[in-house]
Design a protein around this ligand. Structure first.
Ligand SMILES: [Zn+2]
Length: 234
């Protein structure tokens, strides 16, 4: 990067640096602020961030790496409103927990990190007082389960399943089982239990059923393909 605008801020013992490459210094500052809020929220809600630094580089498409996230500001500038850019940054920060510390197969179980990261991002915005009411109707025509291998989805529907329907349906489960506080506590327990391990869909459902004390798979039948009915797909 050539002469980036760097904003450095310490939250607890973690240093967050924002690297801006355009002239919008006010926006870089706002991103630094929301990144600090997200870091505090996710640490309080989920568990400790595993590094001493987080670098946020605003010159690429949204992507997560351990300790580094990127989010676009010079590409697709017309499509990305400041709010969308901030939301992408919060999403990529949430990945530090779900992908960076709890791992999953990104091809066969892509929804596990993307859906849970999207879910954690929604909880952050809800905690900030934003309206995050969910609309199951949005995904009515998305009739496939969310945990198929990526090649089973058309490219224009893939993210609707992996990010959208998965987080929506997960939210639906918690709406009927304790709400936001319970969802936050679940993420804490999930992180505590599976950090530095690899999770798959079956194990995730097993843990969620245990945590919510669910007796059967009713909550999952419309959106997750569980192992015991695998033969239906072949
Ligand atoms: Zn993501």
């Amino acid at each position: 990067m050539k002469e980036p605008n760097v904003i450095q801020k310490k939250t607890g013992d973690i240093t967050i640096r924002v690297f801006g490459v355009d002239e919008n210094k006010e926006l870089h500052k706002e991103i630094s602020e929301i990144a600090n809020e997200a870091m505090n929220y996710f640490q309080d809600t989920i568990g400790p961030y595993p590094h001493k630094q987080l670098d946020i580089i605003l010159d690429e498409l949204g992507m997560e790496y351990p300790g580094v996230v990127t989010a676009g500001s010079i590409y697709n500038r017309l499509q990305k409103s400041p709010e969308h850019l901030k939301r992408t940054v919060v999403h990529e920060i949430a990945h530090q927990w779900f992908y960076g510390v709890i791992s999953n197969d990104p091809y066969h179980d892509a929804w596990l990190d993307e859906g849970i990261t999207t879910f954690a991002t929604l909880l952050f915005y809800a905690n900030q007082g934003n309206d995050t009411s969910f609309d199951e109707e949005l995904f009515r025509e998305f009739t496939l389960p969310v945990n198929l291998p990526l090649d089973k989805y058309s490219s224009n529907e893939q993210s609707g399943y992996i990010y959208g329907k998965s987080s929506e349906m997960l939210w639906g489960v918690f709406q009927e089982n304790g709400g936001e506080l319970k969802a936050e506590d679940f993420l804490k327990n999930y992180y505590d239990h599976y950090q530095y391990k690899e999770v798959n869909t079956q194990e995730f459902v097993r843990f969620l059923k245990y945590y919510l004390n669910l007796k059967d798979d009713d909550y999952f039948k419309d959106w997750i393909l569980l192992e015991n009915n695998n033969e239906n797909l072949n």
